[in-house]
Design a protein around this ligand. Structure first.
Ligand SMILES: C[S@@+](CC[C@H](N)C(=O)[O-])C[C@H]1O[C@@H](n2cnc3c(N)ncnc32)[C@H](O)[C@@H]1O
Length: 229
């Protein structure tokens, strides 16, 4: 697994092709997963302060800002300036600020946000336990964390076809679209290494969250974790 600097360079490099790769490789399913997560975040008619960690090109931050009650504000943070540059171009006129920062050392006081979210980013954190603890620290008491992450399906037959697709087809597709084969070899492998719910839910408890629930989409190809402080 690359260190933080390696991850930053990887995303800086693939940033221009990231959005179209994302939508094409998931056959558009990422949009529907994001919509479901956004519903969990924008679940109140009061204005909310939201932190989107590993915001990347800001698609998720924009979807949250569009759905949240008037007066709400979204702060997006990411280590990759290349991803944020593309995100800033899409956030004009929206109640969104994008900052360079890392999940493991969030530049915000305790209890600053009503909601914290991270879409397809938590598996890339250099220090996952520290990132989760930081997200808990900046969340106010009673606040909600929503995590979307890719994972491998448990069903062996579906897993066989998924592995074929993600380990053989995706790297070639990603390399064709961005010119970076290494990035699209690492990314599917990082999905394979990411813990399943039985291991990940205790990590959320250890980070300080009380109640944790989990939902899977398309046989577990994508999972959503909702945790309360
Ligand atoms: C797969 S992209 C997801 C981007 C966006 N959330 C989305 O839904 O499309 C993962 C992002 O995580 C960022 N990232 C990785 N490790 C990070 C860390 N430790 N702190 C903050 N951002 C990080 C990367 O720079 C990249 O932009």
């Amino acid at each position: 697994m690359p260190d933080k600097e390696g991850i930053r360079e990887l995303f800086d490099d693939i940033a221009p092709g990231y959005d179209s790769f994302n939508h094409r490789s998931s056959f558009g399913a990422d949009r529907s997963w994001r919509r479901k997560a956004v519903r969990e975040i924008a679940d109140t008619t009061r204005p909310i302060q939201v932190l989107d960690v590993a915001t990347g090109t800001a698609d998720f931050a924009i979807a949250v800002a569009d759905k949240a009650a008037p007066g709400s504000h979204v702060t997006g943070i990411d280590i990759s300036e290349g991803m944020l540059r593309i995100g800033r171009g899409k956030c004009q006129g929206k109640p969104i600020d994008l900052l360079t920062a890392q999940a493991e050392d969030l530049p915000f006081p305790d209890s600053s946000f009503d909601r914290v979210c991270v879409a397809f980013g938590v598996r890339n954190f250099e220090d996952r336990a520290k990132g989760l603890a930081e997200m808990c620290r900046v969340l106010r008491k009673g606040g909600k964390l929503v995590i979307l992450e890719l994972s491998y399906p448990a069903n062996r037959l579906i897993r066989f076809f998924y592995e074929l697709y993600s380990l053989r087809v995706l790297p070639r597709m990603g390399a064709r679209m961005t010119g970076n084969l290494d990035a699209f070899t690492y990314l599917p492998e990082s999905i394979l290494r990411f813990p399943l719910p039985a291991a990940f839910m205790p990590m959320l408890h250890e980070a300080g969250f009380n109640t944790v629930r989990h939902k899977q989409f398309i046989f577990g190809v994508c999972r959503m974790y909702v945790a309360y402080k």
